[in-house]
Write a protein that binds this ligand. Sequence first.
Ligand code: GLN
Length: 222
Amino acid sequence: MSATFLHLTVSRNVAGSSAPRIGVLALQGDVREHSGVLRELGCEVVEIRLPAHLEGIDGLVIPGGESSVMDKLSRIFGLAEPLRDAIAQGLPVLGTCAGLIMVANHIEDAIAGQENFGGLDVTVRRNAFGAQVDSFETAVSIEGVTGPALQVAFIRAPEVIAVGPGARVIATLGDGRVVGVAGGNIIGVAFHPEITGEDRVHRMFLDVVAQRALQQPTTVDA
Ligand code: GLN
């Protein structure tokens, strides 16, 4: 391709402004699926493995996977502390499944010594829906998401068992179990929206990112 066309590939989001720069915590879990959805939505995606990668991001997605492993790796790579600080300072975060566990202020049924980043005023219980073989797909409605219910997957999912004054419920199952919460600039869902061709949770998250950018144009300094 001739250099003349290079300027055409500069990414722009729907509104025509610069693409949001979104980090995906890439220590473990379904990083590729989240990155794919975000790129489809016009984001610049940065895989986060080291503290320096946090520089300049407008938001962070923490994928599903295994929270106890993400915890260990984030401490080994020196990411836990800077991430905890950035989230406490208002970095927008979307946490899905294990990602929700990573941002919950309290964890039930954690493994011995398990830590996380915190930031969301909720308590989650790990593996509340059973083992891998008990995985299921179902339709869920989320507050603020229009259109038909979302088709999503639950894989060794956590359940939100307590919601403090700093957070609110945005999704429940038919039996009343809480599977989606939001508070401050954080959205947490117990399920995987990224493996069933769904992008509306990511769009909702990008709205939070855009709001934050309006309030505070500066981004994370690593
Ligand atoms: N049970 C896993 C954990 O505790 C989460 C499973 C998932 O992210 N699909 O981290």
